[in-house]
Ligand binder design. Structure first.
Ligand code: SF4
Length: 387
């Protein structure tokens, strides 16, 4: 068997086969969103393209990638011309392999026939659509700028063009009922999308929603309702033939998000743009989160890293446990040992035993998986593993 040192060296030296590009522009900032972005600052887009091209020069030789993901922000806000431009720039250094998964996040309002044509021409294979709901009142409550019809129209255009569509749905939105979530799930299934991501609204510090909550103007859903919504999502989507393959993600056969699977496998990946985090197998380097500071530093030739998180081998292995257990496939002991160089039980044996006794995990000796009850409280379990 390879020694732990040798395994870690292999991971460190592996050339990334995955790349993320952060496009930090949105039409407006939704009240719940704390992502790295600038809203209503299209005047910065030209400078962003220049800085992005400059950051790409970090990649000395053409990098072939199996997955490429343009996220944000809202990459579709660049429009068809901007989409062609950003792909023109990135193709200088990043070459998607012949069967690569190439994803672009999109706002339903931006999915015009011209945008779809540009996406096809640029080699996009998959669009992650920020639909959030198919109910007009819920979309208003979420401060979204599109209507249910926009979601329907965008989905139909993308599917007609042969693209894989992943639809984001939000639960626990202000005023949303369990029946409303059920209706959204039924509508999502009816649209014919191949992938659904279901997220529970979180109340992040500094957002307009959190300020309204502190004033008493908005009220989060009760925890029991949140759980019921999540369980309903699992039941409805599984009954419709979707595989629940990660806490928040559901896919038709063969339509899992390969890019996210690379993250969850802790494979190395490249990342570009403000706030983008890359991983070399040991260290996570996050670019400066302010779009303007990132641009200024990149263009001045200064260091634009905002945060460098260097993990020890053990910390990396512990993180691998967390991302592994978020997946329904769970953690295979032998695969974990081969990838991390550590024995799963030496790091998490007592925690796994406790979870098993509480009905939160199953363990057949080969593989450990969280149960549905475990997935529901998974965020609270990680403190047992991370040091
Ligand atoms: S469109 Fe998405 S990224 Fe932009 S502000 Fe809204 S939630 Fe945030």
């Amino acid at each position: 068997m390879m020694s732990r040192l040798r395994i870690v060296e292999c991971e460190m030296n592996a050339v990334p086969r995955h790349a993320y590009v952060h496009v930090p522009f949105c039409r407006h900032r939704c009240g719940y969103c704390d992502f790295t972005l600038v809203a209503g600052r299209d005047d910065l887009i030209d400078r962003y393209f220049t800085a992005f091209g400059r950051e790409l020069e970090r990649v000395e030789r053409m990098l072939e990638v199996d997955t490429l993901y343009l996220g944000g922000g809202t990459p579709s806000h660049l429009g068809p011309t901007g989409l062609r431009r950003i792909f023109g720039i990135l193709h200088d250094r990043l070459r998607p392999a012949a069967d690569a998964e190439v994803t672009v996040e999109a706002n339903p309002l931006d999915v015009t026939p011209e945008f779809v044509a540009a996406a096809r021409d640029c080699g996009v294979t998959r669009v992650s659509l920020g639909g959030q709901s198919l109910d007009a009142a819920t979309l208003r409550a979420l401060d979204r700028d599109h209507s249910p019809d926009d979601v329907r129209r965008a989905t139909a255009r993308l599917l007609d063009a042969g693209l894989v569509v992943s639809l984001d749905l939000m639960t626990a939105a202000p005023g949303q009922s369990l029946a409303g979530v059920e209706a959204d799930l039924a509508a999502a299934v009816g649209l014919g999308v191949q992938h659904v991501s279901v997220y529970c609204l979180t109340w992040e510090k500094g957002t307009a929603f959190e300020s309204a909550r502190l004033r008493g103007a908005l009220q989060p859903a009760e925890e029991s309702i949140e759980r019921a919504m999540f369980e309903t999502a699992i039941d409805r989507l599984e009954a419709a033939g979707f595989e629940h393959y990660e806490v928040s993600n559901f896919a038709r056969a063969g339509c899992r998000c390969r890019h996210n699977e690379a993250y969850w496998d802790c494979r190395p990946w490249e990342a570009f743009g403000p706030g983008a985090a890359r991983f070399d197998g040991r260290a996570r380097i996050t670019n400066h989160r302010s779009t303007t500071t990132w641009m200024t530093k990149v263009l001045a030739g200064d260091d634009f890293a905002g945060d460098v998180d260097r993990m020890t081998d053990e910390q990396a292995a512990r993180e691998r446990i967390v991302v592994g257990l978020r997946r329904r496939d769970g953690l295979d002991r032998a695969a974990f040992r081969a990838a991390s160089g550590f024995d799963l039980d030496s790091l998490a044996g007592p925690a796994i035993a406790r979870w098993g006794a509480a009905g939160l995990a199953t363990d057949d000796g080969r593989r450990v998986r969280l149960t549905r009850a475990g997935l529901l409280v998974s965020d609270a379990l990680w403190a047992d593993v991370l040091r």
